[in-house]
Design a protein around this ligand. Structure first.
Ligand code: SF4
Length: 340
């Protein structure tokens, strides 16, 4: 029964069809590792058809850390929680550029400037735009930003500086969102993703597995991202931080993450599905399986408040699996057209 359903859904999506909610719900109940592997093999075919063998490699810089006014329950950077992370104000453009050079050297192709804020202030905009411009002009990396809520005018300035994509995660499904954050709403985040689309921005939006959502909630998240048509979907797994309300959260098991990634691939066949924070701690030795079973991107280097593994290990993994690093927009700096 499982095999028949897995095959028929896989073939249907491979032919350009869509998976139904009912089918996804049934696949979400799979527990036998052999069934999950079979599902993953179809997700691998779908990934290959839609996105080829390229693997996105993105590095982050936490350009402004801590003291965030929002109260996201998993986040060690919220001023509502007592955590011992390093806090610092907005880095200057040269310091951000230095981090970009390091990312370029260790093999990243995209570089996301992140700040721990509800949204971008007009005071910080010139600094970040300058950082984006320098990354664009002086490295081969494709600059991205994750700065919370933005205005159309701020977006235009960042785009003009060379920003290629904007990250704004939904974090969790709509029904679970009030359990993890009450200082803004799920709808606020959906609205931002729609605004980004209206402004012609490529969007990166995903979530975190293990925030207390049900398996059906994970599907709600994936179908919402599909409806929004986002281009890149980072899949984080909760890495409980001491001092946060979710410090006792139980992360999903590695095979559960792999099954979820495979189903996300069937729901979002066109997207980059990127393994992000928490993968080392929670997926452990099965990270390669997640890439084999539908994922095609990695955040490499350090995360916002935690250390990742050595980028060389990830580059080796990508090579061993037969992927090629997605060049992003990597071109010689001199060839990069910049809007004036
Ligand atoms: S997840 Fe972002 S918005 Fe929420 S508290 Fe952390 S830094 Fe602030």
């Amino acid at each position: 029964m499982s095999s028949t359903l897995i095959r028929s859904v896989g073939e249907h999506v491979l032919r350009g069809g869509t998976i139904t909610r009912e089918e996804a719900s049934t696949l979400m109940t799979l527990t036998d590792p052999a069934d999950i592997l079979e599902l993953g093999s179809w997700a691998a075919r779908v990934r290959a058809k839609y996105t080829g063998t390229s693997c996105q490699l993105c590095a982050l810089v936490n350009a402004k850390a801590g003291e965030c006014a929002e109260n996201c329950g998993y986040c060690s950077q919220s001023s509502h929680h007592q955590t011992d992370i390093a806090k610092y104000p907005l880095m200057d453009p040269l310091a951000i550029l230095e981090r970009a050079h390091q990312a370029e050297q260790f093999g990243a192709k995209r570089f996301c400037i992140v700040t721990a804020t509800r949204g971008l202030s007009d005071r910080d905009l010139p600094t970040i735009a300058e950082a984006v411009r320098r990354v664009r002009e002086q490295t081969s990396l494709a600059p991205e930003c994750s700065l919370g809520f933005v205005t159309d005018e701020q977006l235009a300035a960042l785009k003009e500086a060379g920003m290629t994509r904007y990250n704004h995660n939904l974090e969790t499904c709509e029904s679970n969102f009030p359990n993890i954050c009450t200082t803004h709403t799920y709808q606020d985040r959906v609205n931002t993703l729609k605004q980004l689309k209206r402004q012609g921005m490529e969007r990166c939006a995903g979530g975190i597995l293990g925030l207390g959502e049900t398996p059906e909630g994970r599907l709600d998240l994936a179908f919402a991202l599909a409806e929004l048509g986002v281009e890149c979907v980072p899949v984080n797994v909760i890495n409980p931080r001491p001092g946060t309300p979710l410090e006792q959260a139980a992360p999903p098991a590695p095979l559960e993450v792999i099954k979820t990634v495979a189903i996300f691939r069937l729901i979002l066949p066109w997207a980059v599905i990127e393994l992000a924070g928490g993968r080392e701690a929670n997926v452990r030795d099965l990270q390669s399986l997640a890439l084999l079973c539908g994922a095609n991107g990695l955040i490499i280097g350090s995360y916002l408040t935690t250390i990742g593994r050595q980028p060389a290990e990830d580059l080796q993994l990508v090579q061993d699996l037969g992927f090629t690093p997605d060049p992003g927009e990597a071109r010689p700096a001199a060839m990069m057209p910049l809007a004036k």
